[in-house]
Write a protein of this length. Sequence first.
Length: 176
Amino acid sequence: MVGAWTMNETAEDQRLPHMTDPPQFVTLEDLKAKVGVLYWKLSGEPDDSQLAKIRAERGYNYVDTIDIAPDKLPDYDKKLKMFFEEHIHSDEEIRYILAGSGYFDVRDRNDKWIRIQCEKGDLLILPAGIYHRFTLDEKNYIKVNRLFVGNPVWTPINRPCENHPSRVNYVQKAAS
Ligand code: KMT
Ligand code: NI
């Protein structure tokens, strides 16, 4: 992670940083304690030994690689649009960055966007039920490992979905 900050919500290009002036940075501790997002800085190599350890501990037995670039990802425009629609998943979203960079945006407890800038070596775990979205930055390229427990389910559930069990569970946990 290069950093995380509260987003300005101007209508500028989604690929721009959207920092406020002055910037309001969010610490790793706050990401963990306030929104339940976990983060590790690793090597960015697929065979990283710390990654292997975390996978074993958390049961992430599935892994694949997704290359997000105009000429590499089928239905690129459609998928990028989908990634940037505010959504949740019934399970954790676990991403390990192998190359390139991008922004994962998550909602904080006051429903404000926090932008998390990711680059090679970042391992990010978004809890099930958290409202989030993803965008490339101006470099237009990222390559990530997607990890999962068992058979992967990537289906986004778009907001609003307040009554979805994973959302209800997330809100309950975040409030405690
Ligand atoms: C998601 O569900 O938000 C994604 O898979 C984002 C793309 S991974 C860089
Ligand atoms: Ni998602």
